[in-house]
Design a protein around this ligand. Structure first.
Ligand code: ADP
Ligand code: ADP
Ligand code: MG
Length: 493
């Protein structure tokens, strides 16, 4: 479906990012016959993205992160590399409207939506009001700026539990659950200062806290001719501290009718915003009703699960759309196939409160094989620091059914070897092996409510037993022959 022979008004794209997403973007540029340029801070000099790019330009800053947020240096690097376009990846400047404007003002193509869309959706209060005005469901809320004098009263009237959110929040930061209304005032004061400190915006609102919901999001693509299609949904309910760690497509929780409704709502929201390029509309789903959470105006970390089930290269589509081409396909052309699961490998210690870890990847072996994709930003021998987000790689698998995909994800995680730096790998295996995950019975509070998963050791035998019992033939014979349960239960590696 991806057009490889499209003409682009540029032949070099500057990647304003690092790590696994930079590597992933370079792979598509190579496939399309485009040249890649990358900016890098010296701490990243030995990373695969810098080695793979056709041109690499050093930038600096007070901190490594500050370098990747320095708009002036990045635009200068784009000119120096003769780039005609800039891909922002995710995080960093990807949802910064001022950056998108600077790119356009420098006569470069921004691989993303119009700055106005970033402005609309980047402000959660504005986005929420926009979506509600257009007739789509949002979580009941009280917004401070609507009437500051009555804010506390309106928030209290909603009843506990509540979620205090900052308008500029992201990456799971800037949110607080209030289960005791006596704590509401303190939580609001704290959110004001955190919002100001982290996002330069102290504005906030209070939402009803939906208990044990699922996080379901819809991938959309829009072109500059007003066409919008969806690429179905991803479920991202396995979260720690409001941050996703395992994602999958399709969601095991949606009936065909509910899937149609949620995907059509996402398309409706994108159409209302005249959205172009790739975007994700996030919802929470309480089992009966879905509510808009936010729209991410960029490529998402978990986009590969969508690529696996649709066969569509999202980065290639982003480039085509930014170059002004019309969508090369219509909604009926998007036919999902099988099931995909992604697990995020982090340099962190789940049993120590997910504290970031450091070290040197002295041994690094990734799994491979049919339907296994690794998006990695590290190489053997590389130093792992706390300078950036702790995500090292993503392990993505594709299979024909959900259970097969879960088994494949587990096997892939077991084959992965990374020595020299503690990671969350065995934690991911325990989640994948858990009965709740295998039966698809998960929600965003699952990890918090099952702290033994972060603390304990992998139990392969109970996993195999559970997996076997979920397979219909084995379950039926097990039900017929009770001893089989015992036999499966005593299996040892
Ligand atoms: P996604 O929504 O794609 O699943 P996240 O919301 O977790 O991903 O964020 C994507 C990436 O951007 C992560 O690497 C995260 O650390 C980073 N990120 C998110 N918000 C911010 C922010 N406000 N400032 C800096 N980095 C951020
Ligand atoms: P971010 O910008 O940090 O990604 P989101 O609004 O997308 O913020 O929310 C992140 C996560 O927080 C969601 O995936 C969900 O788990 C949780 N969350 C957000 N809003 C609510 C809510 N009203 N009730 C329950 N959980 C919520
Ligand atoms: Mg979100």
């Amino acid at each position: 479906m991806t057009s490889v022979c499209a003409n682009y008004p540029f032949d070099t794209i500057l990647i304003a990012n690092r790590g696994e997403i930079a590597v992933r973007i370079i792979k598509t540029l190579r496939k399309l016959g485009l040249r890649s340029a990358i900016v890098y801070h010296e701490i990243d000099a030995g990373t695969p993205a810098v080695a793979m790019a056709d041109t690499a330009i050093a930038i600096d800053g007070r901190t490594p992160i500050a370098a990747y947020l320095d708009i002036t240096q990045i635009i200068a690097a784009a000119h120096k590399a003769n780039a005609g376009a800039v891909h922002p990846g995710y995080g960093f400047l990807s949802e910064n409207a001022a950056f998108a404007k600077s790119v356009v003002a420098a006569a470069l193509t921004f691989i993303g939506p119009a700055p106005e869309s970033i402005e609309l959706m980047g402000d959660k209060i504005r986005a929420r009001n926009f979506v509600q005005r257009n007739g789509f469901p949002v979580v009941p809320s009280a917004i401070e700026e609507d009437d500051p004098a009555t804010f506390l009263y309106r928030a209290r009237a909603m009843g506990a539990p509540l979620l205090v959110k900052t308008s500029g929040g992201g990456g799971g930061k800037g949110m607080q659950i209030v289960s005791d209304l006596g704590r509401l005032e303190d939580a609001i004061a704290q959110a004001h200062s955190e919002g100001q400190r982290y996002f330069g915006d102290g504005r906030l609102y209070v939402e009803r806290y939906i208990e044990n919901p699922r996080h379901i999001e819809v991938q959309v693509l829009g072109d500059c001719f007003g066409n919008v299609v969806h690429l179905f949904e991803r479920e991202c309910s396995v979260q720690r501290r409001f941050q996703k760690i395992i994602e999958e497509a399709p969601s095991p929780a949606l009936s065909p009718e509910m899937r149609k409704r949620i995907c059509e709502a996402a398309v409706g929201i994108a159409l209302a915003g005249r959205y172009r390029n790739a975007g994700t509309v996030e919802f929470i789903f309480d089992g009966a009703q879905f509510y808009f959470l936010e729209m991410n105006t960029r490529l998402q970390v978990e986009h590969p699960v969508t690529e696996m089930i649709t066969g569509i290269d999202l980065v290639a589509e982003q480039i085509r759309l930014a170059a002004g081409h019309a969508l090369g396909f219509t909604q009926p052309d998007v036919v999902p196939n099988g099931h995909a699961i992604e697990a995020r490998l982090y340099a962190e210690a789940p049993k120590r409160g997910y504290a970031p870890t450091t070290g040197k990847a002295t041994v690094l072996e990734y799994p491979g094989g049919n339907g296994v994709r690794i998006d990695s930003g590290i190489l053997r021998g590389q130093q792992i620091t706390t300078a950036f987000d702790p995500m090292l790689a993503k392990i993505i698998v594709h299979s024909s059914t959900r259970l097969e995909a879960a088994l494949k994800a587990y096997r892939a995680m077991r084959e992965l070897v990374l020595l020299g730096c503690e990671t969350n790998a065995s934690f991911l295996m325990r989640i994948l092996a858990g009965e709740a995950f295998l039966s698809g019975d998960i929600h965003t509070g699952y990890l918090e409510q099952n702290p033994h998963l972060a603390a304990g050791d992998a139990d392969l035998s109970s996993f195999l037993a559970t997996a076997a019992l979920l397979t219909r033939e084995i379950r039926e014979s097990a039900d017929a022959v009770p001893e089989l349960h015992a036999a499966v239960g005593s299996w040892r590696n």
